[in-house]
Design a protein around this ligand. Structure first.
Ligand code: MN
Length: 255
């Protein structure tokens, strides 16, 4: 591994005037020399050692946040940081692990959305995620994606929801027949009919939605979700889109 010069300006930015020597030691020696000796020990390992040292001392201020963010940039995954802090908890103390987890959760939170998470979700699913669901975006909270699966005999689409994404309350109207059928494909989601408790949709779960019933469907808070949506043929079929599922309604489900 070749040596990689780390450029750090936090010392000079925050203490350059008040404590110029400390700023210089921080930026030029600690980061410029020690952290930069990547031919001796890589950045990922240095991050691991640093966060372990900070948490062990109970330092859970901005410096730990900075080092957790660096650890993430240096390749420590969400699963690994959870394992690392659990391990530290036994040696350094339980409350210190709790304090560190509260910060780590926020730093790694973005990992659940974004391109990387979307690509990971695609790898666990046989149907395509498809394209951003722009045509119906105004009836959804959060980002959803649509892939047409069948456009003959029965219309079937694969609908993918990022974590927390859900559609508004809506009704599939028809004077005869009609309605919608959902089959969970990957991840975890919710289906709720008005006046009834929400039910979880897992891969393979089949949901029959009669025509003219007010309902919504979407992802769980901590999981991507995809379901196939079957459009059941009916007479005078149309969709009526209603109010959004508020955060207050949605957050109650997770408990
Ligand atoms: Mn529906």
């Amino acid at each position: 591994m070749s040596q990689e010069k780390i450029v750090q300006t936090a010392g000079r930015d925050q203490l350059g005037e008040f404590a110029p020597k400390f700023a210089e030691l921080n930026d030029d020696v600690l980061f410029g020399e020690i952290w930069s000796r990547t031919d001796k020990l890589g950045l990922r390992d240095r991050s691991l050692v640093t966060i372990t040292s900070l948490i062990s001392q109970g330092i859970t201020d901005n410096s730990l946040i900075f080092h957790l963010q660096s650890a993430k940039k240096n390749g420590i995954s969400r699963t690994e940081i959870a394992e690392i802090i659990t391990h530290i908890g036994f040696y350094a103390g339980w409350p210190k692990a709790w304090a560190a987890f509260n910060l780590a959760k926020k730093v790694w939170a973005e990992d659940s959305i974004g391109d990387e998470a979307k690509a990971a979700f695609q790898r666990e699913m046989i149907f395509p995620i498809g394209e951003p669901n722009t045509a119906y975006a105004r009836y959804f909270i959060g980002n959803s994606y649509l892939a047409p699966i069948s456009q003959e005999q029965v219309n079937i689409s694969n609908v993918t929801f990022e974590p927390r994404c859900r559609n508004n309350w809506h009704i599939h109207k028809a004077t005869k027949g009609g309605g919608q059928m959902l089959i969970g494909v990957a991840g975890q989601g919710w289906y709720q009919e008005e006046g009834k408790p929400a039910v979880k949709i897992l891969p393979g779960t089949v949901v029959h939605i009669p025509a003219n019933v007010k309902h919504w469907h979407g992802a769980a808070a901590d999981s991507w979700f995809a379901h196939l949506a079957f459009e059941i043929p009916g007479e005078n079929a149309s969709n009526e889109w209603l109010e959004p599922v508020t955060d207050e309604q949605y957050d109650k489900l997770q408990k």
